[in-house]
Design a protein around this ligand. Structure first.
Ligand code: ADP
Ligand code: MG
Length: 390
């Protein structure tokens, strides 16, 4: 964990030892990138819209050594992630299977961007829960992207590295996700969220002030797994494209609340509700950033709740476990709560006064137990800095 070891020295040394144990030689360096929580702004990124995620104090760390040839060897401490070896000269995206698609995809996309990547040995370790909606995928992509950018001397900027990670996920992993996760992981700063306009990619840090306001951000990992490469995520994405086309705009970002009556007239019920989620969610993101600046985080609870209702009822990406997590956390004292991430499982977040944290935790555990559901994992996260070399 990085909470107490702010320099990451102990973690870097442990990973360097694991690397040497596995590959039989030393690493050139150790790089780290965080997972993220999305405070608000769900499925808005690929609609050219607004998002407000923050990087968290759960990180993925990679030890890497460049090689003299074009061989890539990948290993991870993560159970079930078998070592993988391939040659950069013969690699094609359809060869990339399982977890190796993320680091291999980053190397491949760097090469497509004109950067010659040497072969490399890479060892991964992470405390970002995998598949929990906290973007262990972006954490892995961003750690690898920063490492390879440093090792090749490419010196790419953070926004460019985020774009490389996203292209790896889209083109090699095959998940049609937007730019939010990688942006949070690359651009995060301590105690701040990243306000990102996904149309022009302009971004700015927004101080969260959780500690000053006596609030904790609790993550409730429902342990319901999601898969973004297939199914609901891709389906929602294509409904948004169709909704924009029917409304005669390039992207749903171009609509606002004043367009909703017309949308309701010309669209069927389901596509209309998909459009309404995106339009109202963009407005909630802008309003959340405003309220954080003027009134602090105690003022944003209702917006988090409204965002959850919109995802539950209009966009229909929640699930019973996420709804239960949100409702129980609210009943246990949270000032606002919502599912976070792409949906269909994963995690919810709840902003909870420090003094109510135990009560909220107990309420959620009791709710899950009463329904015979798997015990959720509940933990606090802090807004932390983005990817870095240790
Ligand atoms: P999320 O990003 O919400 O955690 P994803 O399904 O997008 O979920 O990404 C999870 C996948 O990323 C894992 O199934 C695995 O392939 C890869 N991954 C993430 N972290 C690691 C790790 N430490 N070691 C190996 N693979 C990892
Ligand atoms: Mg992911």
């Amino acid at each position: 964990m990085t909470t107490t070891d702010t320099t990451g020295t102990a973690l870097a040394e442990a990973l360097a030892r694991a690397f040497a144990g596995h590959f039989g030689h030393d690493a050139d360096g150790v790089w780290q990138a965080p997972g993220r929580v999305n405070l608000i702004g769900e499925h808005t990124d690929y609609n050219d819209g607004l998002v407000l995620p923050f990087a968290i104090n759960r990180t993925t760390t990679v030890a890497v050594a460049a090689r003299a040839d074009r061989t890539v060897r990948l290993a991870s401490a993560f159970a079930g992630a078998d070592p993988v070896e391939f040659d950069l000269d013969t690699f094609t995206p359809d060869q990339a299977a399982g977890w190796s698609a993320y680091p291999a995809g980053v190397a491949w996309e760097l090469e497509r961007a004109g950067i010659t990547v040497p072969g490399f040995d890479l060892f991964v370790s992470s405390d970002v829960p995998v598949g929990a909606g906290l973007s262990s995928s972006a954490a892995l992509e961003c750690a690898v992207a920063l490492a390879l950018s440093d090792l090749t001397g490419a010196g790419l900027g953070r926004a460019d590295l985020a774009a490389i990670g996203r292209r790896a996920e889209n083109n090699v992993v095959g998940a049609p996700t937007g730019i939010m996760d990688q942006s949070a992981s690359m651009l995060g700063t301590r105690d701040c969220a990243v306000y990102l306009d996904c149309r022009d990619l302009s971004s700015r840090p927004v101080p969260l002030g959780l500690e000053e306001s006596g609030l904790l951000c609790l993550v409730i990992d429902t342990k319901v797994s999601h898969a973004h490469a297939t199914g609901g995520y891709a389906e929602r994405r294509s409904s948004c494209v169709q909704g924009a086309r029917a409304m005669g705009v390039g992207a749903l970002r171009d609509l606002d609340a004043a367009d909703l009556p017309r949308a309701e007239r010309i669209l069927d019920d389901v596509p209309f509700r998909r459009v309404r989620h995106i339009v109202t969610e963009n407005e909630r993101v802008a309003r959340t950033a405003e309220l954080l600046a003027t009134h602090g985080p105690l003022a944003i609870g209702e917006l988090l709740d409204a965002s959850h209702r919109s995802m539950r009822d209009d966009f229909e990406i929640s699930c019973p476990e996420l709804n239960l997590a949100v409702d129980a956390a609210r009943a246990g004292g949270a000032i606002g709560a919502r599912m976070t991430g792409g949906g269909f499982g994963g995690s919810a977040i709840a902003l909870v006064p420090v003094d109510d944290a135990d009560r909220a935790r107990t309420a959620v555990l009791a709710g899950f137990a009463a329904r015979g559901l798997r015990v959720p994992d509940i933990f606090a996260v802090l807004p932390a800095e983005g990817a870095r070399r240790l």
